[in-house]
Write a protein that binds this ligand. Structure first.
Ligand code: 26Q
Length: 820
């Protein structure tokens, strides 16, 4: 098999022991006696790095020597999680390191648990970027991820009386063994100031941007080890510092203190990740952050290009730049500015280059999620970029006029500038106008991008809009996080499923095999027992591994409908109180979710779920048949313990609103059954698995549209469904918040008077019915095991390697450069 051909890095347990103990002594100035687990973790990372850095150098020399075409993945977020376990697996050193540490009296899993998550992302979009760079390296593609070296990643979450509290994340408070500072590749970034027109001797003119402030970008490189460890690419993260050269005058004028203030201002640019997903905040600092990151990255890309090239027509042969959503859009006018103002290329030539370099991925259809920046802010922060955007738009409006002569409404819709009292720059429009390809992230989403979001653009550029369905890396999301199931698959289909997930299909014909079913269900049970311990540890709640583990883990958003799940939980609770003998398989509902700190309704839903959990878990009358757990601080490392232990995966967004979802894939790969709507990638999962092996419910995209068109009235459902009514009315009492009646009323209000934008009431009955089917099916463990196997075995398509091959062939035109 492919994997078996990969020579294992030669390393015996003795050598690994020696390397780790060596790092303890020579790297950390401690020894095996004194060292705590943190020190062991550090030493192990540094021992691993001796192999990683060697491979990194080989890869970089090879790529640079051959002047390979590469993809530059620009993303404000890379949600990497922990790297030790992942790197050990990809280097195929996990087993030997486990042995080595065991011989030293240490447990590798405990050591791995010491690592803080690299939480440089919010959710799906950031984690997707992390899966993609893993796949790019695994497949041997020359690629570089560009991001921000945030001092604080996504906030740490805790609960106080059930309410979310945010604390700063401190992932690198004491340094991080995986990153290398590269001062030799520092970049300088101008900001603010004004634009001067300089008249040339030949009668022409050009623009000079006189900056009002300058930042320094310091790159930190994180090696990205491909599975099999042939290719090691890099993730380059930019940290902002004050530019000493720029502050020189202040120093000379004796302004030492002022200079220190300037310094700390400069450092705020990469200080913290913005925690809003889906609803962008139009803050000046965020715009500065985006520009700082894009300017550093574009300059770095051009620096690499210029090492081997002088002919600008070759730029698009060597460079593809993928924009992960609109967040890095400013890279477009930045490249134009460099080519026109600094390299003094002719505008049309520069524009033709830009149109061959950039591609853009759209991740959302929510109208409020589309990034728009006020023209006034733009003019202040990036005066030259605003001019460039105006000129791009002026020329583009001529294209629109040629296509739809005299049609001003078309121009208004397609313009990069939104007119009105507060004029805005529409980042998505700039992306679509410039990019040579625009992709959605699941089939249904990409269709809606064409028909609903950008129909006019689609008419104008009929081949520009394409689909690339998301995927997840099976290295992290099966092999590393679920070692027992991974071992079963090694036995059943051969170890190379790790690089060819379609191989899992090998288990499909055996789904009814009793011995296989037993092994499969025993593994699930073991994983549930492990999770039960974690739940007890984190919340004090005791749960039984015999119950159905029903899990919803994702950012908290009304469109993702955690509140629908909550309504169903209340209904079950009510049924149990009304009838103590109500026959149901014991169920544990598990949540993990962070709410954007300024998103009131999301925070209320967290509060409500915590309050409901308090009540239900302490109510003798339900006889342990119902438990509700809200795990604090949901993050990648916690996710790795949840997916393997799930029986039910909740994927219940209003149809048409979840672009893809990727947690849905991680659950199914690990053998959970999905209760879900026909939305995002759920639809393609149903195609692969067979909808009859999932619990599909609710309105379809077309039905949602129709209902909204007719005029949706949630009260129709409220008055016609007594259970639904009593559940919602419950929220008006003080049952869950003793002494505070009305503390949960605003949730009810948003579902009734508020109009129930996300159609929770419309889908409630169908959802509740799906859960009855779940209950019935779980009682037959043979059927359940068969379904779980059929789900997991059919997930080959959702490997991020397949996504990357799609990007490489349909968008990037990228060829592999395997490193020997
Ligand atoms: C933008 C501007 C200012 C501040 C914040 C933001 C911002 C940050 C993050 C806007 C959006 C995000 C994140 C979006 C996201 O995670 N989208 C998800 O992307 C996944 C990968 O494609 C999909 O699977 C999910 O369906 C989609 O919701």
């Amino acid at each position: 098999s492919a994997v078996n051909k990969v020579p294992e890095i030669e390393c015996t347990s003795k050598q690994m022991q020696q390397a780790i103990v060596d790092r303890l002594h020579k790297g950390l100035g401690t020894d095996a006696e004194k060292a705590n687990n943190k020190a062991w973790w550090n030493a192990t990372c540094h021992a691993v790095n001796e192999v990683v850095f060697d491979k990194l150098t080989q890869t970089q020399q090879n790529h640079s020597g051959q002047d390979t075409r590469s993809v530059n993945y620009l993303s404000l977020e890379f949600l990497m999680g922990r790297l030790l376990s992942n790197n050990l697996h990809n280097l195929q050193l996990f087993k030997v390191t486990e042995e080595a540490l065991k011989a030293l009296g240490k447990d590798l899993y405990e050591i791995c648990d010491e690592e803080p998550d690299m939480a440089l992302g919010n959710g799906g979009l950031g984690r997707l970027a992390a899966c993609f760079i893993d796949s790019l390296a695994t497949l041997g593609y020359p690629a570089i991820g560009y991001g921000i070296h945030y001092e604080h990643g996504l906030f740490a979450q805790s609960f106080q009386d059930g309410r979310q509290i945010e604390r700063p994340d401190t992932w690198r408070e004491y340094g991080n063994p995986w990153e290398i500072c590269r001062p030799e590749s520092i970049q300088h970034v101008p900001l603010y100031g004004y634009v001067e027109t300089v008249f040339d001797e030949d009668g022409g003119s050009h623009k000079v941007w006189h900056a009002g402030q300058k930042l320094k970008g310091v790159p930190w490189d994180v090696p990205i080890v491909g599975y099999g460890a042939k290719t090691v690419n890099i993730l380059r993260l930019w940290e902002s510092r004050a530019d000493e050269a720029f502050d020189w005058d202040v120093f000379n004028a004796g302004g030492y203190v002022d200079a220190q203030a300037e310094k700390s201002k400069a450092e705020t640019v990469s200080k913290v990740l913005y925690p809003n997903d889906e609803t962008p905040e139009g803050k000046e600092l965020r715009l500065v952050q985006q520009y700082f990151f894009c300017a550093c990255s574009v300059k770095d890309i051009l620096r690499r290009f210029k090492r081997h090239n002088t002919d600008w027509t070759k730029l698009s042969d060597k460079v593809a730049i993928q924009l992960n959503d609109t967040h890095p859009t400013i890279a477009i006018p930045e490249l134009m500015r460099i080519l026109v103002d600094e390299e003094r290329l002719d505008w049309d030539f520069a524009w033709s280059i830009c149109q061959k370099v950039f591609a853009y991925t759209n991740h959302t259809l929510l109208p409020e999620a589309l990034e728009k920046w006020s023209v006034a802010l733009f003019e202040k922060v990036l005066p030259r970029h605003l001019e460039i955007i105006y000129e791009i738009n002026r020329q583009f409006m001529e294209v629109v006029e040629a296509k739809w002569p005299g049609d001003d409404s078309k121009k208004a819709k397609l313009s990069i500038i939104e007119e009105g009292d507060d004029r805005k720059v529409c980042m998505a429009n700039l992306c679509v106008v410039t990019a040579y390809k625009v992709n959605g992230v699941a089939a249904v989403h990409s269709e809606l991008v064409k028909t609903d979001l950008f129909p006019e653009y689609h008419e104008l550029f009929p081949t520009k809009l394409v689909n690339v369905t998301n995927g997840v890396t099976p290295r992290r999301w099966l092999k590393a996080c679920n070692p027992k199931l991974a071992a079963l698959y090694d036995d059943e289909v051969g170890a190379d499923w790790v690089v060819n997930l379609d191989k899992l299909r090998g288990v499909l014909p055996k789904a009814k095999d009793v011995a296989l079913q037993k092994r499969f269900m025993d593994i699930k049970k073991d994983n549930k027992i492990e999770l039960a311990k974690i739940i007890k540890d984190l919340t004090g709640v005791e749960v039984s591994a015999d119950a159905i583990f029903d899990i919803q883990i994702k950012r908290l958003h009304e469109y993702k409908r955690q509140q629908l799940n909550m309504m169903h939980i209340l209904a079950l609770y009510k049924r149990l109180l009304d009838n103590p003998d109500y026959d149901m398989v014991p169920r544990v509902f598990i949540f993990g979710a962070k709410a954007a700190p300024g998103y009131h309704m999301a925070k209320q839903i967290i509060y409500a779920l915590n309050k409901i959990a308090d009540k239900v878990n302490n109510d003798e009358r339900v006889k342990g048949k119902l438990k509700v757990v809200f795990l604090p601080n949901y993050r990648v490392s916690l996710a790795e313990k949840l997916f393997p232990a799930a029986d039910i995966s909740e994927q219940i967004s209003t149809a048409g609103l979840e672009a893809s979802g990727t947690g849905n894939m991680k659950f199914a790969i690990n053998g959970a059954l999905t209760v879900g709507t026909m939305d995002g990638a759920n639809i393609e999962m149903a195609e692969e698995i067979g909808a009859e092996h999932m619990f599909i419910f609710g309105l379809s995209v077309a039905e949602v549209k129709e209902l909204k068109q007719q005029g949706y009235n949630p009260f129709d459902y409220y008055y016609n469904n007594p259970e639904l009514k009593s559940v919602l009315d419950w929220l008006d009492t003080d049952y869950f918040t003793p002494g505070h009646p009305g503390a949960l009323s605003d949730i009810k209000r948003s579902l009734l008077e508020g109009g129930d934008e996300y159609l929770c009431l419309a889908d409630y009955a169908s959802y509740s019915e799906a859960h009855l089917k779940i209950d019935a099916m779980y009682r037959d463990q043979a059927v359940w095991a068969e379904k779980a196997i059929l789900n997991s075995g059919a997930m080959g398509k959702f490997n991020s390697d397949r996504s990357i091959e799609d990007y490489a062939s349909t968008i990037w035109n990228l060829t592999k450069h395997p490193i020997s």
